[in-house]
Design a protein around this ligand. Structure first.
Ligand code: AMP
Length: 336
């Protein structure tokens, strides 16, 4: 098999179902890249524990479901290594090593740490895991000494700290164990921030997110998709078909842009008052269900034992690379 450069990506297992935002903002790109790169595709179960606020009751089952979503979305376990973070203990070990070369002040200044800290319920203590989240993330990435990390545009700043940690390690131990990796950025604005089915109190579309309960999940049935689309937010001032629509602020039109080849015509007709919102919704239900059909078919063929053996094999493959990196790091530290 021809040599492929390595890339690494993953999502937290904080809930068992991935939505269209997760697909468009991340997974779609991974699927595309796996033909040209050796993809290490991680389900980040430890990361799902870092806020401590809403610890999933069955994180093992959640992780398996996320892995099934990866494969349903087109990740091919024959060419990519799909694995669960905690099944590759090198992640925890490199995290510990990196914690020795990372300043606390640097971690305290990470914007997502500040936000998450404020989001914690009153009286709940900040865990070390929350502060150290980017250190674990750096270990996740750098264990694979990757050529690059596919990432949504808004996520790119998070990776800078991983590069700094790599440089700190290399400089502290006078080595080049961790080479620079690239951000492989998907520049598409709509894909990197897919709106949810609803709008905020000011009538502005907001990001699709489990916490807003405004998602279309990759596992939704045809009927669920139809029901959700029928209730989706459209231009509030478009009461009759002849009223002009504002597609930029309409969730249904945004999804049409993503999933219908005819979206430009549909948008024009919406603006000209030649199409009603119900007509748009009906087109969207059909194209979305057509789009999700292969996802549903792949998922139907995955039972728990199939996914278990895929994950076992994925962890073994990941460990081959991860243990080699860890040996190099320990050698540089004169631990061995
Ligand atoms: P999260 O579920 O927040 O852990 O996100 C996992 C991945 O999905 C990250 O790469 C996010 O950038 C991406 N993602 C989450 N929600 C959206 C969304 N509404 N639009 C685009 N990407 C998203």
């Amino acid at each position: 098999m021809a040599y492929k450069q390595r890339i690494l990506s993953g999502m937290r297992a904080s809930n068992p179902r991935l939505h269209l935002g997760n697909y468009e903002g991340a997974l779609r790109n991974w699927v595309k890249l796996q033909d040209d790169f050796k993809l290490y595709c991680m389900v980040a179960d430890y990361h799902a524990l870092t806020t401590m606020g809403d610890i999933p009751d069955n994180i093992g089952a959640y992780s398996r479901e996320v892995a099934k979503d990866y494969i349903s979305a087109g990740i091919d376990p024959r060419q990519s290594s799909v694995f669960i973070q905690s099944h590759v203990p090198e992640h925890a070990e490199l995290h510990l090593i990196f914690s020795m070369v990372t300043g606390v002040g640097k971690l305290e200044r990470v914007p997502t740490y500040k936000e998450k800290k404020e989001d914690l319920a009153e009286g709940r203590a900040v865990s070390y895991g929350l502060l150290g989240y980017p250190v674990l993330q750096s270990a996740d990435i750098l264990l694979y000494r990757p050529h690059g990390v596919p990432v949504g545009k808004d996520q790119a700043p998070h990776l800078e700290l991983s590069r700094e940690i790599a440089r700190s390690f290399n400089s502290a131990f006078d080595c080049d164990v961790f080479p620079e990796f690239k951000d492989i950025i998907d520049e598409d604005d709509l894909r990197s921030k897919v709106p949810g089915l609803d709008a905020d109190d000011n009538g502005v579309l907001r990001k699709m997110s489990k916490s807003y309960d405004n998602c279309i999940y990759l596992t939704d049935t045809e009927d669920e998709v139809a029901r959700k689309v029928k209730g989706a937010f459209t231009t509030p001032s478009k009461i009759k078909k002849s009223d002009p629509g504002i597609p930029e602020g309409c969730a249904v039109c945004q999804y049409l842009k993503l999933y219908s080849a005819d979206w430009k015509t549909l948008w024009d007709e919406d603006v000209q008052g030649e199409r009603g919102c119900m007509q748009n919704k009906s087109v969207l239900i059909d194209v979305l269900n057509e789009f999700l059909r292969p996802f549903r078919e792949r998922r139907a063929s995955l039972d728990d034992s199939t996914i278990e053996s895929m994950l076992k094999q994925g962890a073994e493959e990941a460990r081959q690379c991860a243990s080699e990196t860890l040996s190099l790091a320990k050698k540089a530290m004169r631990l061995t």
